[in-house]
Design a protein around this ligand. Structure first.
Ligand code: PNS
Length: 167
């Protein structure tokens, strides 16, 4: 199969995301991981940091590249000549929004969406929960790559020190 786009915010990438990316890479000739540039949403990591983290984690998979995009995902897919979007599906609760987006994207450009069930062992992992756990000193090993864990722990420590100074 030709080319697929795996889009997301990836703030930061988790092992759940990477599970979906590597399984997509086994199904398609080429995979572009597309990091959304969203000015209106405050992200913990810059787009470049997010791209770096994904590139490090996917370096061993030759047919994966990582890019940023802004605007409509369908425009990015057209630019990349990718006819398929792949999204991970963690739980039934994800389905409502994913179906709505899949239908909208097909309506806009005819691009198809494949929903790939996330491995059950990672189905509870999300970027936002991981950020919350690390903020309160919890252990996130096994949920994100080691370098992502270290960066998150660094941010959490810096945040706590700043809070102390402000008190
Ligand atoms: O990781 P996320 O935040 O769930 O990813 C959502 C994403 C990036 C796939 C979605 O917000 C998106 O496609 N944004 C681009 C703007 C767009 O095309 N909107 C219409 C989607 S139907």
């Amino acid at each position: 199969m030709p080319k697929a786009v795996v889009p997301g915010s990836f703030d930061p990438v988790t092992l759940g995301h990477l599970d979906v990316v590597t399984r997509t890479a086994a199904l398609f000739d080429e995979v572009v991981v597309a990091v959304l540039v969203n000015e209106s949403k405050r992200a913990l990591f810059s787009v470049q940091e997010r791209i770096d983290m994904i590139q490090r984690s996917t370096a061993a998979t030759a047919n994966v590249s990582v890019m940023s995009f802004s605007g409509l995902l369908t425009d990015f897919c057209a630019q990349q000549e990718a006819s398929v979007i792949v999204k991970g599906l963690r739980a039934p609760a994800d389905l409502d929004i994913e179906l709505q987006m899949a239908h909208m994207n097909t309506h806009l450009s005819g691009v198809e969406t494949l929903l790939l069930p996330t491995s059950p062992s990672l189905s509870f992992v999300s970027s936002s929960l991981v950020k919350e756990v690390v903020r309160f000193g919890g252990d996130i090993s096994g949920l994100v790559p080691a370098d992502v864990r270290d960066r998150l722990q660094g941010r959490a420590t810096a945040g706590r020190e700043e809070e102390k100074r402000e008190r």
